[in-house]
Ligand binder design. Structure first.
Ligand SMILES: [Zn+2]
Length: 61
């Protein structure tokens, strides 16, 4: 594995827990379901980035 790929994997893992632990859509209003743990981090992060509508989302709209 290349160093860049490792960093990307770490980034995805970190971003996933960032959403799952602090996203109000998941933890407060519960309009979002956390992704299954069997889902790859890349897919879960993409899902959260697309569907999170609270201030936790870092994607500009
Ligand atoms: Zn959210």
């Amino acid at each position: 594995m290349q160093p860049n790929e490792l960093n990307e994997a770490d980034r995805l893992k970190w971003n996933r827990s960032y959403f799952e632990e602090g996203c109000a859509c998941i933890n407060v209003t519960k309009v979002l379901q956390p992704c299954r743990t069997s889902m790859p981090d890349a897919e879960a992060v993409e899902f959260y980035e697309r569907n999170c509508s609270c201030t936790r989302n870092y994607i500009p709209r």
